[in-house]
Ligand binder design. Structure first.
Ligand SMILES: NC(=O)N[C@@H](CC(=O)O)C(=O)O
Length: 445
C-alpha cells in the first residue's frame, strides 16, 4: 500500500531539509522525499499548512511494566507516546522486578511489538536489582536488545561500580545514562533548596547534589574514554560542567526535560504535588542556562522523563507524594509554545533535539526521513491552539502541572512504519469544517 503525504513543510534536520515537499511511503518505508512526487495509485493525504518531521524520539520514559501497570503499562504508554508525536521511546528499568536481565529485556520488546504502536527500546539496569552494588548482566542484556544502561530513579552512587560499568558498556558500544544525584546531599529533599523551600518549610535538595555527581561522571568518562549520558540536567552549574567537558573532548552527552525548561520552583508555592519531580524544578537563572545550553549544543536532547503515577500516590502531603510528571502528551506543545514561538529555539533546532540527537546517542536508526528508512513520521499543526486537559491523556498518569495551560502547536498525526498510530479527532473535525467553509462545498473525503 502506497501513501503520498502531500504539501507539508518537510523538516528533517538530520539531512538539512526544510521546504514544502511530498513524502511517499511504500511498504512501511520512506521511498521518496521531493518537490512534487507523483505516484498514480497511492492514497493521497493532503497536508497543506502542516509541518512533517521524522517521528519524535524520546530517550527517557517510564512505562512501569512489569510491576506497576496500575501507573502505566506498555500499551497505555505506547498510546500516550503516539498521541504526543513520539514513534520511538527508550524505557527506563525501574520496574518491579527491575529490568536487569536478558529475559526482562525480551519481555519489554515482545510486549511492545505485540502492542505495535511505537518502538519501545528497553534500557537495562546498571546494577543487579538496581541495588547499586553488583554489576548487572550488561553483555547479555545488550545482546537481547537493551539500547543503554541506567539505574534511573537512583544514581549509581558507587564510583567504582560506575567506572566499571562505563568500561564494560563501552565494549558493547552502549552508553550509560546516569541519574546524577549525590544521595548524601539530596537525602530527604523534596524540592529545590532555597528561599521558597524555607518559606514552605519543606526540605530542599541543593544544586550541589546534582553537580557533584555530574562532575564525578565527567571525570570517570574522561579517564576511561567511555561515553556517559547525563539524564534530566536541571542546574546552571551542570550545564557549565558539561560545556567545559565537551570542549575538552570528554564523551559526555545530556538531556533536559520540557518541565525544567518552562517551570521554576515557584509553582511549588501552592504545594501542588504535580510539580514534585526529581530533579526538582529550579530557578529562573537555571532555566535561562538550560535554554542557553540547548542553543549552543551543550545539551543534546530534549527528553520527557515521562513519569506517570496514580492519583493515590500524588494526592498526599507534599513530602509524602511520589516524584514525577506525566510528560509525553505535553512535551511537543510546550516546546513549540514556550521555546519556538518566542524565538528562543528555532523549529529546526527543537526538532533535531527530539529526533536525530537522541537517536544518535542511543545508536538507533530513527529520527530521519532518509529514503529507505522506516516511515516513522509526525505531522504537526503549528497553529493548533489547544488546552491541556489531563483527563484527555491516553497515559494512565494524569499527574501534570500543565492542566489548563493553553498551548499552540500539536502533533495531529503519527505514523510508525507507515501505519497511522494516532490522529487527533477534534483537530480533524475542525480542519474538515474549515475546508467546507472555504470551498462552500462538501469536505474532501
Ligand atoms: N523523575 C521523577 O521524578 N521520577 C522518576 C524517577 C526519577 O528519575 O527520579 C520515576 O520513575 O517516577
Amino acid at each position: 500500500m502506497k501513501k503520498l503525504l502531500k504539501g507539508a513543510r518537510v523538516l528533517d534536520p538530520a539531512r538539512g531539509l526544510d521546504g514544502v515537499m511530498d513524502v511517499l511511503i511504500e511498504g512501511g518505508k520512506i521511498s521518496a522525499v521531493d518537490k512534487e512526487v507523483t505516484a498514480g495509485d497511492a492514497e493521497v493525504v493532503d497536508l497543506t499548512g502542516l509541518v512533517l518531521v521524522p517521528g519524535l524520539v524520546d530517550m527517557h520514559v517510564h512505562f512501569r511494566d512489569p510491576g506497576f501497570q496500575y501507573k502505566e503499562d506498555i500499551e497505555s504508554g505506547s498510546r500516550s507516546a503516539a498521541a504526543g508525536g513520539f514513534t520511538t521511546v527508550a524505557c527506563m528499568p525501574n520496574t518491579n522486578p527491575p529490568v536487569d536481565n536478558a529475559a526482562l529485556v525480551s519481555y519489554v520488546i515482545s510486549k511492545a511489538e505485540r502492542v505495535g504502536l511505537v518502538r519501545v527500546l528497553p534500557v537495562g539496569c546498571v546494577s543487579k536489582g538496581r541495588q547499586g552494588r553488583e554489576m548487572a548482566e550488561i553483555g547479555d542484556m545488550a545482546a537481547a536488545g537493551a539500547v543503554a544502561f541506567s539505574d534511573d530513579g537512583k544514581p549509581v552512587a558507587d564510583s567504582s561500580l560506575m567506572r566499571r560499568a562505563l568500561l564494560y558498556a563501552s565494549m558493547f558500544d552502549r552508553v550509560v545514562i546516569d541519574h546524577c544525584e549525590e544521595p548524601a546531599l539530596s537525602e530527604g529533599g523534596v524540592m529545590n533548596e532555597g528561599y521558597i523551600s524555607t518559606v514552605l518549610g519543606l526540605p530542599g535538595t541543593p544544586r550541589s547534589a546534582e553537580e557533584t555527581a555530574v562532575a564525578r561522571d565527567i571525570i570517570l568518562a574522561g579517564e576511561t574514554g567511555a561515553r556517559v549520558h547525563i539524564a534530566h540536567v536541571s542546574t546552571r552549574g551542570s550545564v557549565e560542567l558539561i560545556r567545559r567537558a565537551k570542549a575538552e573532548g570528554v564523551r559526555v552527552s545530556c538531556e533536559v526535560t520540557p518541565h525544567h525548561l518552562v517551570l521554576t520552583e515557584e509553582v511549588v508555592m501552592g504545594y501542588d504535588t504535580c510539580a514534585k519531580v526529581n530533579p526538582p524544578l529550579r530557578t529562573e537563572e537555571d532555566v535561562e542556562a538550560l535554554i542557553e545550553g540547548l542553543k549552543d549544543g551543550t545539551i543534546d536532547a530534549i527528553a520527557t522523563d515521562h513519569a506517570p503515577h496514580s492519583e493515590d500516590e500524588k494526592d498526599l502531603e507534599f513530602d509524602r507524594a511520589a516524584f514525577g510528571i506525566s510528560g509525553l502528551e505535553t512535551a511537543l506543545g510546550l516546546v513549540l509554545t514556550c521555546l519556538v514561538t518566542p524565538g528562543k529555539l528555532s523549529l529546526s533546532e527543537a526538532v533535531r533535539k527530539m529526533t536525530r540527537e537522541p537517536a544518535g546517542i542511543l545508536g538507533v536508526e530513527a529520527g530521519t526521513l532518509k529514503p529507505g528508512s522506516s516511515a516513522d513520521i509526525t505531522v504537526i499543526d503549528p497553529d493548533r491552539e489547544w488546552t491541556v486537559n489531563k483527563y484527555d491523556f491516553l497515559s494512565k498518569g494524569k499527574n501534570t502541572p500543565f492542566h489548563g495551560w493553553k498551548l499552540k502547536g500539536k502533533a495531529v498525526m503519527t505514523f510508525t512504519g507507515g501505519k497511522m498510530v494516532f490522529k487527533d479527532a477534534a483537530w480533524e473535525r475542525d480542519r474538515k469544517a474549515r475546508i467546507v467553509y472555504k470551498t462552500g462545498g462538501s469536505p474532501r473525503p
